[in-house]
Design a binder for this molecule. Sequence first.
Ligand code: C5P
Length: 240
Amino acid sequence: MKKGELLFEGNEKQVYATDNPDQVIFRYKDVTVAYNNVKRARFIGKGALNNKISAILLNYLNQNGVETHFIEILGEKEQLCRKIEIIPLQVVVHNRIAGSLAARLGVEEGFRHPNTIVDLRYNNDFLEDPFINRDHAFALGLATYQELDEMYNIARRVNELLKPLFHKAGIELVDMKLEFGRASDTGSIIISDEISPDTCRLWDEKTGERMDKDRFRLDLSCVVENYNNVLTRLKQVTES
Ligand code: C5P
């Protein structure tokens, strides 16, 4: 497999072509952005950590019947993935209310609720990723109703699989953002992008310490140390 041209450069990732038209290389950068790119910093080692954490989680999903774009790790910062047609939607799953949802609903950070909440956002930097519903998504031609149903069902399944996995590692999965695409080879809806401390809220079950991007958002320091702690604990529960 040969690395080809740069197809896409985002704030936190690069995507390269390969000599296989159905496969791409994802490269995780050390850059971190928040609040719609208003806040930005570089953390040496973050890219490698997210590459490894995301690989563990996506591989775990693949092994448990949830199709993702992940194929294999290639190096410190790179992984081989299936090529997809991007669906510009973010499906956000909440097990507790925190972050922007807490502000939107006027409840305290960490508010506990009995159900799982699933939100939909339009992935659009210019509009600052607005909350939308299924009708908006269909109206804009982003996905069919059947595809939206599939994405919601997959998102709930991912949550059912990852919540107990993180729990085994002593970490509470508070919320997470998932992205989807249509696989270029089969056309099926699969999980794309990353699942990492950049896209999840992860709280230490014992201490309540934040182990995710909120450390950067809220200037709590020790970003890389906490990501490393997430990786170490996930390795312990998946390799044993
Ligand atoms: O920012 P907000 O509180 O809405 O985030 C909800 C969840 O989605 C968090 O886990 C956050 O890290 C993730 N998220 C993301 N990418 C964004 C916005 C939020 O991964 N652009």
